[in-house]
Design a protein around this ligand. Structure first.
Ligand code: ADP
Ligand code: MG
Length: 461
């Protein structure tokens, strides 16, 4: 392999750990790696649009540069090409970019918060062609095909939920691609709910909520990823509710993904939850051993990795959590082969890899009291020991109560047991704290909803 070997997927893995999932999805996933030139000093990337490039260079250039340098230490320059028009995604003009030429330094991208109409935001990486339909995906796959054939009528909305890394985003975008293949004139939008919220927020600050609403009311297929992030954002939920109804009444297809089922969403208005439940709700079961082997084999083939059955078996037994981690393991193995192309990938070698770098494989995400303490302290910005102390300042007290809440909901421990773990507190104190947090969440208290949501996210990552 030459210097030009594509380490891009490893760069992406690094980036994934540095930015939020939705930022990753919106800004980094769509980038394509072209090559490294100028004796390793320049990397050429393809961005889907100028807007994309501008935003990326404005917001993330440092992180991107650092992540690239991890694998391409000599790179000092990043060049962007803009994706060629392929009939579907033309080089875009953005709604608000009409009069940009005069103000060069002014970050015009800030105004272009709604992408061009013909821009679906779909990532070409996520198609049905490379989606492996193992047993656990059969149901959701059939449902997806059903929706493609009878949009807006069969299952509307379609609500797909699962823990991370099981292919929701992939599937959602694959549906989008198939839709467009059938009818390229269709107006399709893929959007993580966090990005949708940001657009709304931007529209609000510019007093253009109508424009935002009209923009989405015109969509034929709306693909909303990771809906859980709308929790606690009440004004936005209001707008979204109306948008949902508008689209639904016009028989437009809506597909939503989430990390939990509608009724487990935190801080989401009841009427939205019942809308989400009004079509078809399905989860994605985790792949079993056989499924995982099939997925590994398929992915290895695409990566041109030839591995023994023993290695596949070993990996599939060890990595049980999700497909992303299976991919991560194969990428690591690929990196080993790049370093030493003639190396034989034996089970022993792979075992050693696990031993040396267990954190890269995070075999099981197991939630423990200790992990909850760490996460809660992080989210509320206190030291973990404060949680167990007798300190009564407001923030610490809230942190402790959120801790009680998570011990209950995530670990299902009894109140007396939780009290013991919290330095011998009385069970009634624990119960009171737990109820208080629960109530605040039910009342959509934005601060607490965000804190709990963030903590849960961290716990599961
Ligand atoms: P989620 O959105 O549920 O967190 P993703 O769609 O991001 O999961 O999937 C994580 C990674 O695993 C992606 O790279 C995706 O392509 C891959 N993946 C997940 N499920 C499958 C599958 N059934 N076939 C092929 N790749 C998959
Ligand atoms: Mg996803």
């Amino acid at each position: 392999m030459s210097d030009n070997f594509n380490y891009w997927s490893l760069v992406l893995d690094t980036l994934r750990t540095k930015v939020s999932a939705s930022n990753f999805q919106s800004w980094f996933s769509p980038l394509q790696f072209e090559n490294v030139t100028n004796e390793g000093r320049k990397v050429v990337l393809v961005a889907p649009s100028e807007f994309h490039r501008n935003y990326l260079t404005k917001k993330f250039s440092k992180i991107l540069q650092e992540s690239i340098n991890k694998y391409y230490p000599k790179v000092i320059h990043i060049e962007y090409k803009i994706q060629e028009s392929n009939g579907r995604e033309k080089i875009q003009e953005f709604l608000d970019l009409a009069d940009t030429s005069s103000t060069q330094e002014e970050p015009t991208v800030i105004d272009a918060y709604l992408p061009a109409k013909n821009l679906s935001n779909l990532n070409t990486k996520y198609t049905f062609e490379n989606f492996v339909v193992t047993r656990n995906y059969e149901f959701v796959y059939q449902v997806a095909l059903g929706v493609v054939n009878e949009p807006g009528t069969l299952y509307s909305p379609l609500f797909i939920h699962s823990p991370v890394g099981l292919g929701k985003t992939h599937l959602l975008q694959a549906i989008g691609h198939t839709f467009l293949e059938k009818d390229p004139a269709k107006n399709i939008k893929y959007i993580p709910s966090e990005t949708l919220f940001n657009q709304y927020y931007h529209a609000l600050s510019k007093k253009e909520v109508d424009k935002f609403r009209e923009y989405y009311a015109d969509v034929d297929l709306l693909l909303i990823d990771d809906i859980q992030f709308i929790g606690g954002k009440n004004a936005f939920q209001e707008i979204f509710f109306h948008l949902f109804n508008t689209l639904h009444q016009a028989n437009k297809q809506i597909i939503i993904t989430s990390d939990k089922s509608p009724k487990d969403l935190i801080g989401v208005a009841e009427r939205l939850v019942s809308r989400f439940e009004s079509g078809l709700v399905t989860d994605i079961p985790r792949p079993d051993l056989e499924d995982r082997i099939t997925i590994l084999k398929d992915k290895a083939k695409r990566l041109k990795l030839s591995l023994s059955n023993e290695v596949f078996q070993f990996l599939a037994e060890r990595i049980t959590n999700n497909v992303r981690e299976l991919e991560g393991a194969l990428n690591k193995i690929r990196a080993l082969i790049i370093q030493d192309p003639i190396r034989d990938i034996s089970v022993d070698l792979v075992k050693r890899m696990f031993k040396d770098q267990p954190q890269n494989f995070t075999i099981e995400v197991s939630i423990s009291p200790d992990k909850i303490n760490q996460v809660v302290s992080k989210v509320l910005n206190i030291k973990p020991e404060q949680l167990l102390s007798s300190n009564r300042d407001k923030n610490t007290a809230l942190a402790r109560q959120i801790g009680f809440y998570l011990y209950k909901t995530e670990l299902n421990l009894s109140f007396p047991h939780i009290g013991k773990l919290f330095g011998g507190r009385d069970h009634s104190t624990v119960m009171h704290g737990y109820r208080k947090v629960k109530e605040l969440i039910e009342q959509n208290n934005p601060e607490v909803v965000n804190q709990v949501q963030l903590a849960k996210q961290l716990l599961n990552s």
